[in-house]
Design a protein around this ligand. Structure first.
Ligand SMILES: C[S@@+](CC[C@H](N)C(=O)[O-])C[C@H]1O[C@@H](n2cnc3c(N)ncnc32)[C@H](O)[C@@H]1O
Length: 188
């Protein structure tokens, strides 16, 4: 995913959780600034302290609150294993917030990492999310369904797959944007 982000981008990491995934991104890309938010009471507690100057942590904050806070608009939105935690009924309202951000930042890139249903690792993750984490809303989403959902909610959109699905399936990562990317073959 690190190669999909513009130079010196401000990345808004939505649903950042413990932030372990950001350690890898921050190590690979010393030019990035990250704001990580989560509706939960803690966020980013596992981000290494050496990255403190490059990371703003906003616990108890959702996307709507961030967008109305007057804080800077990001260049990139990152949704890493978050979409499958947003209840299907709540996805339209969530994507309405993304759409309003796209209106403000036409060059916005939206990077979505998730896991393709139908693979044993995705099933294990589902059972863990559902019965260990206890998230009753968990609902796996395929690459094809994600693209349909985003195109339906966000209007004309282009997208590009990173190499994640090829190298580590069932994990996938797709970059969305308006008029930024060429369409990949094999999807959509
Ligand atoms: C599986 S964790 C992923 C954490 C982190 N992004 C990662 O890749 O390790 C899912 C996170 O999504 C957050 N979340 C759930 N619903 C959300 C929503 N509507 N908006 C933002 N974050 C949400 C949860 O609080 C949780 O921290």
């Amino acid at each position: 995913m690190s190669t999909a982000l513009p130079h010196a981008a401000h990345v808004l990491d939505i649903g950042g959780g413990d932030g372990e995934h950001l350690n890898h991104l921050l190590r690979l890309r010393s030019d990035l600034q990250v704001t990580t938010l989560d509706p939960a009471a803690t966020v980013g507690q596992w981000i290494e302290s050496r990255f403190d100057a490059r990371v703003l942590k906003l616990p108890s904050t959702d996307l709507g609150q961030y967008l109305s806070s007057g804080r800077p608009d990001p260049d990139v939105v990152l949704l890493a294993d978050v979409m499958h935690h947003i209840a299907e009924s709540a996805r339209p309202a969530f994507l309405a917030c993304i759409k309003s951000l796209l209106g403000r930042v036409p060059d916005l890139r939206i990077v979505v990492k998730d896991a393709q249903p139908g693979h044993w690792r995705t099933w294990l993750a589902y059972w863990s999310d559902r019965y260990v984490t206890g998230d009753a809303n968990v609902s796996p989403i395929s690459r094809e369904a994600l693209i349909r959902l985003f195109e339906g909610a966000l209007g004309p959109l282009q997208y590009e797959e990173t190499g994640l699905f090829q190298s580590d399936r069932p994990n996938y990562a797709i970059v969305f944007g308006r008029a930024l990317f060429s369409r990949p073959s094999g999807l959509g």
